[in-house]
Write a protein that binds this ligand. Structure first.
Ligand code: EPU
Length: 333
């Protein structure tokens, strides 16, 4: 078998190879491939994946698309979305149809089948807020299986698909519950949304206004993968105890934090990395983004190994400086 290049299947644009690449054009294709391919690597948009070497495995690219309204009530519209649908196209579809719930998740790269894997989240909203259920296919047997919201064990950038079901199932479609405009409450909790709306003198924002503002914020902070190959946040924001926060505050008075519960807070890894002096720094063609230190950019590395090594230098330094272990958000193969 001739090795196939993964260059166009990952937004870090590293040039590793795999045994073979198959594409799904329908849900039936997915069942067939799940039955016949042993230990496949599943790729959606390739925007949260880092290949560190050539892989002796077969890759399945999820390409089957479609958005279907399956139920409407006075308040809600239930939609079933095929896994290969581009996430932002879905957001735009919801806005065009005046449906609320995912406008804060505008411009997140990737496809809908990957959204539950890490319970995508941004600007005060997570996928789990609108998620109803999903249908997946078991690798090996091709058997279909419906998992409801509670089964998915969603947490911050977490789900059962990163744990117990890792490499065991492939997501075929997801069902979401969107809210009709007149019943929808906009989520403006993230302070910067309100600041931007004020700047634009928008008094009564619409679903589309929120989306536009978020697109604007993301464009100003996050690098376009076409120009700066990257996979969004490379690390998760760590959760630390309030006791630990108090001790850090004696040295770092202005450290930002978000309350999780009485005993714990989340601190932005981007801030920790930035204040440790890593923002914009480059080593061997790999660096952090100049406007957001949480994003690692591949400027010229051909191998993912160099990206992984760079990320480990950051992890070690953050541990040494603050005594905090930061975990990767990106999936490494
Ligand atoms: N900050 C710095 N320096 C930096 C980056 C951030 O000081 O280089 C500070 C900011 O000033 C702010 C705080 O850290 O006080 C938080 O920054 P930001 O609002 O940019 O959000 P984040 O916590 O770094 C998370 C998500 C993003 C999501 C934003 C907005 C994670 C791992 N990342 O980033 O998600 O867009 O919040 O909700 O939770 C992604 O997952 O790929 C992603 C981009």
């Amino acid at each position: 078998m001739v090795p196939r290049s993964l260059l166009n299947l990952n937004t870090f644009r590293v040039d590793h190879s795999c045994r073979s690449i198959s594409y799904t054009n329908s849900s039936n294709d997915l069942v067939d491939l799940a039955k016949t391919i042993n230990k496949p690597i599943i790729v959606g948009g390739g925007s949260n994946i880092l290949f560190v070497d050539d892989v002796d495995r077969d890759v399945i690219v999820i390409n089957h698309e479609g958005i279907e309204v399956i139920k409407t009530t006075n308040k809600y519209v239930y939609i079933r979305v095929q896994a290969g649908t581009n996430w932002h196209q879905l957001v735009l579809w919801a806005i065009e149809n005046d449906l609320g719930g995912i406008e804060n998740l505008s411009l997140i790269p990737g496809k809908c089948g990957a959204a539950p894997m890490q319970n995508i989240g941004a600007y005060g909203v997570e996928l789990k807020n609108v998620f109803v259920e999903l249908e997946c296919v078991k690798i090996g047997t091709g058997e279909r299986w419906v998992l409801h919201k509670e089964d998915c064990l969603f947490g911050y950038r977490e789900s059962i698909f990163k744990g117990e079901l890792k490499d065991k199932v492939i997501i075929d479609n997801i069902t979401l519950k969107l809210t009709t405009n007149s019943n929808h409450t906009l989520n403006r909790d993230y302070g910067i949304i309100n600041d931007k709306l004020d700047d634009l003198k928008v008094k009564k924002p619409t679903i589309k206004d929120i989306s536009d503002v978020i697109i604007d914020i993301r464009k100003s902070k996050l690098p376009d993968p076409k120009e700066y190959p990257n996979a969004g946040s490379f690390f998760k924001n760590p959760i630390i105890s309030t006791v630990k926060l108090k001790s850090l505050k004696s040295t770092y008075k202005y450290i930002p934090s978000y309350v999780i519960d009485n005993d714990s807070v989340k601190v932005p890894a981007g801030w920790l990395i930035d204040k440790a002096g890593w923002k914009g720094k480059q080593i061997n063609g790999v660096g952090t983004y100049k406007h957001q230190a949480l994003v690692i950019v591949n400027h010229s590395a051909r191998s993912g190994k160099e990206i992984l090594e760079f990320s480990k230098l950051i992890q070690d330094d953050v541990l040494e400086k603050y005594g905090i272990k930061i975990e990767r958000e990106v999936n490494v193969y």
